[in-house]
Write a protein of this length. Structure first.
Length: 115
C-alpha cells in the first residue's frame, strides 16, 4: 500500500524584524550606564516626596518594541537604524539579527490589530 500525502502550502505574509542584543564594555562607568538607561528606556520619576509623578520619556517610548530581557529588544526594520545610532553614541557593543515575527509580535509592533 502506497501512502499518498497532499501538502497544502499556505503562504501567509510574514513580517521580518530585527533582534538587537547589546551590552556595555567591562570598564564602562556606572554613571554612564545609568544615563543611557534613562535616555533609552525612559524613567518614572516623582518629586516632593511622591506628591508629583511623571515620566521622563526615552527613545523606546516612541518606538514600537518588544523587550525580552535586559539588553535584548526586537524592533521592526524601520526603527532598527535609529536604535543602532543611539547605541553607537554610548559605545555599546551590539549584535543584530533578522527574525521572523509571530502574529503576536506583529500586533505589539503595530503591524496588525488584534482579532
Amino acid at each position: 500500500m502506497i501512502a499518498k500525502f497532499i501538502y497544502l502550502w499556505v503562504v501567509l505574509p510574514t513580517m521580518n524584524g530585527k533582534i538587537i542584543v547589546f551590552r556595555f564594555k567591562e570598564k564602562t562607568e556606572q554613571k554612564s550606564i545609568n544615563q543611557f538607561c534613562k535616555k533609552f528606556y525612559g524613567q518614572n520619576t516623582s518629586s516632593h516626596g511622591g506628591k508629583y509623578q511623571y515620566r521622563r520619556h526615552g527613545l523606546l517610548d516612541n518606538i514600537p518594541h518588544i523587550r525580552l530581557i535586559g539588553g535584548v529588544i526586537i524592533v521592526t526594520k524601520d526603527f532598527a537604524e535609529k536604535v543602532i545610532d543611539f547605541l553607537k553614541e554610548y559605545n555599546a557593543e551590539f549584535y543584530i539579527r533578522d527574525v521572523i515575527l509571530l502574529y503576536e509580535d506583529e500586533v505589539v509592533l503595530g503591524k496588525f490589530k488584534p482579532i
